[in-house]
Ligand binder design. Sequence first.
Ligand code: AR6
Length: 175
Amino acid sequence: MSIKIIQGDITKLKVDAIVNAANPSLLGGGGVDGAIHKAAGPKLLEECKTLGGANPGDAKITHGYNLPSLWVIHTPGPIWHGGDKGEEEILKRSYENSMCIARSYHLKSIAFPSISTGVYGYPIEKASVVALNSVNWFLKNCAYYEMEVIFVLHSKKDFDVYIKNAKLLGIEYEL
Ligand code: AR6
């Protein structure tokens, strides 16, 4: 079981699955969602149309089409409303449900962007703690084969926050 933290563009990664910070329609949008649809090509949207959307915290899987990754796991995170509207629980479920789908497909390498911390406004300091704790907990308690999780941060600032909080939480990671 391992956790990697890197800075980069998630659409470039040759992994088993990348996770998409989607919206409940699952029909594309801006940010990382837009970048993933652009890189995957129009067949991704065609498949997404068959999924019937997803509630915040749930996750659904599609093929990766023109992406280097084989699969895309789509999960709408919570919109930040100040922190007292169940945002933390929903964000945790986005990570855990994505990991559950990855496990059910026996995927070995899964890359996550920083869900909800762009358009959805979840503060990166708080969101990174939820992301790191949820995935670390899943790897320790629920993974029954070797799984590698890569946190892919688009900006150096977000990367630095993840590294700082991984250290504070005592979570082992590689670069
Ligand atoms: N690789 C890795 N991370 C990226 C990339 C990339 N290519 N592009 C952006 N990010 P956001 P959300 C980072 O806004 O907050 C969409 O319209 C970005 O810097 O993409 O969950 C959806 O359709 C940020 O840190 O997702 C929804 O409507 C992080 O990805 C809504 O945005 C997440 O930012 C979802 O908002």
